[in-house]
Design a protein around this ligand. Structure first.
Ligand code: C5P
Length: 280
């Protein structure tokens, strides 16, 4: 048998709205969040080579030297878990990740890489959807969403998914202030706020494909990590701005492409990691 490669894009996500409902007995928090995939993505190439000694090996390689190359890399963990569950053995698995999504930014980059590995491997070694979903949840609360992508309402830890209509045509400017956020620490210190998202109005705006109304109902229970970033986006003409996940990334929604482009130029002068994206 010869070696072969599987290629998959891993898209970033943004949280259009995120309510923390309360702490659970298992240490996690119950959430209600609306997520959307955007065009910013990592590129993955998974090469499988049959190994002569019949023992499997897993490793990753990336253009970002900060990324672990062993089992501490969520993509490697995903591959190992998949092979165990599928009963597949005897391959050397090499995952090359061209990293474009900033890490520890609230954009689901690591979760999306892991989900992309599960998607790619299941295209070659068929796996029941329910097992794939439970593998995904074992890897992280956002991985089940990343497996599916698009616009979804996610509840529970983030694994109870309801697919929603896609976003209307718009431009999403993402900016990542240079602050590293630990999701676990952010959850630990969060005070569950009384003010919650108006889900009826937000979902209705999504169904009506009214981007200005959608942008107006965006909300996040986590306090802003960097308040200036949202202010800059607002001043640059965003219809609405909000932090994504536990931050520090913030994004602004724009209807007009020229204004979005101008906003990127303005924001980039302050925050180098600024991206012009579209919903996917
Ligand atoms: O599931 P994941 O490993 O991505 O979560 C990272 C950390 O974020 C968890 O260890 C937990 O402390 C926190 N978390 C939470 N409630 C969630 C999701 C994550 O408290 N629904």
């Amino acid at each position: 048998m010869k070696s072969f490669a599987l290629r998959e894009n891993a898209y970033a996500k943004v949280n259009l709205a995120l309510d923390i409902l309360g702490k659970r007995a298992d240490g996690y928090h119950d959430l209600k969040t609306m997520m959307a995939s955007v065009s910013l993505c990592d590129y993955l190439e998974i090469t499988l080579t049959p190994c002569a000694d019949g023992r499997e090996r897993f490793a990753a390689e990336s253009n970002n030297p900060a990324l672990p190359t062993d089992d501490n890399n969520l993509a490697v963990k995903a591959a190992r878990m998949f092979f165990l569950a599928a009963g597949v053995a005897g391959y050397e698995v090499h995952i090359r990740i061209e990293k474009r999504i900033p890490v520890c930014a609230g954009l689901g980059g690591g979760s999306s890489d892991a989900a992309a590995v599960l998607r790619a491997l299941s295209s070659r070694f068929p796996m029941p959807e329910s097992i794939l979903e439970s593998l995904a949840l074992n890897l992280g609360s956002d991985v089940p969403y990343c497996l599916r992508g698009g616009v979804c309402l996610a509840e529970g830890r983030g694994e109870r998914l309801t697919p929603l209509p896609s976003l209307p045509d718009c431009h999403i400017v993402l900016t990542v202030p240079p602050v590293r956020v630990s999701t676990a620490a952010a959850f630990q210190s969060v005070v569950v706020p009384a003010m919650k998202t108006d889900w009826v109005l937000l979902t209705d705006a999504l169904r009506r494909r009214d981007i200005a109304a959608i942008a107006g109902y965006m909300k996040n229970s986590f306090p802003d990590v960097h308040s200036d970033a949202r202010e800059c986006l607002r001043r640059a003409g965003a219809l609405g701005t909000v932090m994504s996940g536990s931050g520090p990334s913030v994004f602004g929604v724009f209807h007009d492409e020229a204004i979005a482009n101008q906003a990127v130029r303005k924001l980039r002068a302050i925050f180098l990691n600024t991206f012009l994206t579209k919903p996917v």
